[in-house]
Design a protein around this ligand. Structure first.
Ligand SMILES: NC(=O)c1ccc[n+]([C@@H]2O[C@H](COP(=O)([O-])OP(=O)(O)OC[C@H]3O[C@@H](n4cnc5c(N)ncnc54)[C@H](OP(=O)(O)O)[C@@H]3O)[C@@H](O)[C@H]2O)c1
Length: 275
């Protein structure tokens, strides 16, 4: 389980460990939060930064020394990079794809021999924005859409070895991911050209207001969906959780209507260009 230090990953680690699975919980820092995880029965801590192929390879070696086979790999680590695409700094755009898209690819490459040996499976945590991209969330939307494209192609590539791959699609969920994204976006905005930031002042105020009032689902149903994908005899291709279920309805609508609804849901209908 990558990104096990908090939020959905930590909840899924606990749920799997309670059911008796030995869980390799991967974290970036061996800090107090990680140590609390390590104290749970059946949990083993492994340090890994998913954006660094050398770190991923070292983590795979560590796990290989402890077990010859894995039942599942869960690519959960993720970040949100948000803001007007015009103002997103290149390094932030790269970080978005490094963590959400390249990370799961590196992890899958490194762990596939252990997965094959265990007749195992892969579970990738995506987001609704993969299927319905959101304005001012272009980086996260694009990174998860790319993750889903990798997932679909890989599922077919691995058919001969019968390695199932599932996508988990949580709705907006109570974790720290939005606070972290908001803080990073604020820093990016401080370094951007103030004149260009002003162009978006109405849009950004509306997005902030919408985010402040956004309903967020509890974390446990997402953790349970991951447990289902890990334990089901025949795992589903996609597990849609909580508010993400509305995406199925949105996708059936004509594009123009869907786009108007997306703008309304973010409070952006009628937003005006700043000067
Ligand atoms: N919360 C939601 O509303 C929501 C909705 C849809 C999808 N998701 C997806 O759910 C997954 C889990 O997110 P969450 O909501 O639980 O957020 P979270 O609490 O912020 O957890 C994300 C985890 O990813 C880890 N991570 C970030 N960069 C990493 C890197 N370079 N290498 C390894 N680990 C890294 C974080 O570690 P650090 O603590 O060290 O930063 C953290 O443990 C993500 O893929 C996210 O896109 C979340």
């Amino acid at each position: 389980m990558t990104g096990a230090a908090g939020g959905i990953g930590a909840a899924a680690v606990r749920s799997l460990a309670e059911r008796g699975y030995r869980v390799y919980a991967t974290v970036r820092a061996d800090d107090a939060v990680s140590q609390a995880l390590a104290e749970i029965q059946n949990v083993r801590l492994v340090t890994m930064d998913v954006t660094d192929p050398a770190s991923v390879a070292a983590a795979a070696d560590t796990v290989r020394q402890q077990t010859p086979a894995l039942h599942a790999v869960v690519n959960n680590a993720g970040v949100i990079v948000q803001g007007p695409l015009e103002l997103v700094p290149p390094q932030e755009l790269r970080r978005q794809f490094e963590v959400n898209t390249f990370g799961p690819a590196y992890v899958t490459q490194a762990f596939l021999p252990l997965i094959r040996a265990g007749k195992g499976r892969i579970v990738n945590v995506s987001a609704p924005t993969a299927r319905v991209p959101m304005p001012f969330f272009a980086p996260i939307s694009a990174s998860k859409a790319a993750l889903e494209a990798l997932t679909t192609a890989l599922r077919l590539e691995l058919e001969a070895w019968n390695v199932p791959i599932s996508v988990i699609e949580p709705g907006s969920t109570q974790t720290r991911i939005f606070d972290k994204a908001g803080a990073a976006a604020k820093v990016a905005r401080q370094h951007a050209d103030p004149q260009r930031v002003r162009l978006y002042s109405d849009h950004l105020a509306r997005i902030d207001k919408t985010q402040a009032g956004m309903r967020q689902d509890p974390v446990q149903p997402v953790a349970e969906a991951i447990v289902d994908a890990v334990t089901a005899r025949t795992p589903k291709r996609r597990y849609v959780v909580g508010g993400a279920r509305a995406i199925g309805v949105l996708l059936k609508l004509p594009t123009g209507l869907r786009e108007r609804l997306v703008m309304s849901s973010l409070g952006l209908r009628g937003a005006v260009a700043g000067r």
